[in-house]
Design a binder for this molecule. Structure first.
Ligand code: CA
Length: 219
């Protein structure tokens, strides 16, 4: 899942980004309203976390323009505690929910989980390909009931591949979903893919391999 976090306070943005990545989300940052809208016009995001007080265009204006563009992406507003009117204003311009600053990370995570579940019936909590099962709520991965220990990036790659089972995922697509739009060398992606394959296939007989997720790659 790729989240666009729009927050001009750089320290807070970096802190939240790191916390979200720890929870297996990919995060892109935008530091003002214009930059956010430019990114939203080009890229697909699964969620937007949008601060109200932003340079250039404030969060309300950005949210209104997101909806005017016809984008249905869930929007979570970050509102100030001393501005109760912000909550109503945010919902009026098409935001889906809000969190009051300063917020607890656990509250933020809970809101994100609720919004991404609500917004996307096509994204069930439990993904299964053959005997390989990935639980997006607990982040547990098992094959034939046996747990597989994955790093955060490996988990995100596997989740992405399982959500797109049956389609060809290019290195560019994997790059954008896992590393955001900071392009990494394609051989780095290959290294992750091969580590992931060996972990997923460890202890499997060749007959069972026919069920392994084919992270079909093309350039
Ligand atoms: Ca701000």
């Amino acid at each position: 899942m790729v989240i666009l976090l729009v927050e001009d306070e750089k320290k807070l943005a970096d802190f939240v980004k790191t916390a979200l990545e720890h929870e297996h989300y990919s995060v892109e940052l935008a530091f003002d309203g214009d930059e956010a809208l430019k990114k939203l016009a080009i890229y697909d995001y699964d969620l937007v976390i949008l601060d109200v007080m932003l340079p250039k265009k404030d969060g309300f204006q950005v949210c209104k323009e997101i909806r005017d563009m016809g984008l249905k992406v869930p929007v979570l507003m970050l509102t100030a505690r001393d501005q109760p009117a912000d909550k109503v204003a945010g919902l009026n311009v098409g935001a889906d929910d809000y969190v009051v600053k300063p917020f607890e990370l656990n509250e933020l995570f809970a809101r994100i989980r609720a919004l991404t579940r609500r917004g996307n019936d096509l994204k069930p909590n439990r993904l299964a390909v053959g005997d390989l099962v990935l639980d997006t709520a607990s982040h547990e991965v098992t094959r034939g009931g046996k747990p597989i220990d994955l790093t955060s990036k490996e988990y995100r790659i596997l989740e992405y591949l399982m959500r797109n089972e049956g389609t060809v995922c290019s290195r560019t697509m994997i790059n954008e979903h896992i590393w955001g739009f900071n392009y990494v060398k394609s051989n780095i992606i290959d290294v992750y893919m091969s580590r992931l394959r060996s972990k997923v296939d460890q202890g499997q007989t060749s007959a069972a391999d026919s069920h392994s997720p084919r992270g079909r790659l093309q350039d």
